[in-house]
Design a protein around this ligand. Structure first.
Ligand SMILES: C[S@@+](CC[C@H](N)C(=O)[O-])C[C@H]1O[C@@H](n2cnc3c(N)ncnc32)[C@H](O)[C@@H]1O
Length: 286
């Protein structure tokens, strides 16, 4: 067992990095994926609280006779202040925007066809197939910093972000491996186009990451959902060369021990699995 680990695959507390172990793609050590260790409230509490506060202020202040404009301004301000407890820009936006958007929706009571029209860009941006794996949620800029000390890649190594969204993962990968040949595949056409535009040094294409070959990649990076991880590990084993890497932000491969794990206070863990070295817990590598 890797001495840097405590038990069940987790590094000892306070240990920021776990160096690659001798194991391989893994063994049976499922561990609940963690949310970022936010100093604030756990998600989605900030959003629910911000929406409730917005509505509470709006109803209360209007009932107290305050002019609608002032009541609305105060309610939006209060909801936005509470939304700051959420971690990350997107969550803050969601928490702050919920009250005014719901007020707008209910207040203006648009005809049903308006909702259908509004759904069109959403369906374009997030086709159903993309939702099954993971909705858009970007890799924070510094989320992978330090991984390069655990996972050694040759200059010019081929790295794929499977489900690259708007390219945030590609940018985080570029930060730590400036010489890598980066590629991204993304199911949503608008997101793929934007990622291509934002990450000019990466080859981004629109496609299904499950149908795209991972063969020839030295590392495949994922930020998907817990449910996608077993499938991803099986695909990596089938298609990637022995010694290549499967790296996942936040979500572990169930039933497998990571070869390396990057953990820092308040950040999502990064799990790294070496293809072709799978082992059963406490058992032999194959
Ligand atoms: C959580 S986001 C991560 C985006 C990016 N990898 C990052 O870390 O910033 C997941 C992305 O995977 C995409 N996705 C989900 N299923 C997919 C599939 N089958 N093929 C390609 N992309 C997919 C979604 O559209 C979404 O943009």
């Amino acid at each position: 067992m890797n001495p840097a680990r405590s038990k069940r695959g987790a590094p000892p507390s306070g240990h920021p990095l776990v160096a690659p172990g001798g194991g391989g793609v893994g063994s049976a050590l499922p561990q609940a994926a963690r949310s970022p260790g936010a100093p604030g409230w756990p998600w989605p509490l900030p959003a629910l609280a911000a929406w409730a506060l917005g509505w509470g202020c709006w109803i209360g202040l209007a009932a107290a006779g305050l002019a609608p404009g002032l009541a609305l301004g105060a309610a939006v301000l209060a909801a936005s202040a509470l939304a700051l407890r959420a971690q990350g820009r997107w969550r803050r936006l969601l928490a702050a925007g919920g009250f005014p958007l719901s007020l707008l929706a209910l207040g203006s009571a648009p005809p049903p066809w308006v909702w259908l029209v509004l759904l069109v860009p959403l369906a374009l941006a997030y086709p159903l197939r993309a939702w099954r794996d993971a909705p858009f949620f970007p890799t924070p800029a510094a989320a992978l910093d330090g991984l390069e000390a655990l996972v050694t890649l040759a200059p010019g190594a081929r790295v794929l972000d499977a489900g690259c969204g708007l390219g945030h993962g590609l940018m985080a990968l570029r930060r730590i491996w400036p010489q890598a040949q980066l590629a991204g595949v993304e199911w949503s056409a608008p997101l793929a186009a934007l990622a291509r535009w934002r990450c000019r040094s990466a080859a981004v294409r629109r496609g299904d990451m499950w149908l795209a070959s991972w063969g020839g990649q030295d590392l495949v990076y994922l930020f998907q959902r817990p449910e996608s991880m077993a499938r991803a590990a099986a695909k990596a084993e089938r298609e990637m060369a022995r010694g290549a890497w499967l790296v996942s932000l936040e979500f572990e491969v169930p039933g497998r021990r990571a070869d390396a794990c990057l953990r820092r206070e308040g950040r999502r863990p990064v799990w790294a699995y070496r293809v072709g070295f799978s082992s059963i817990e406490g058992g032999a590598s194959r």
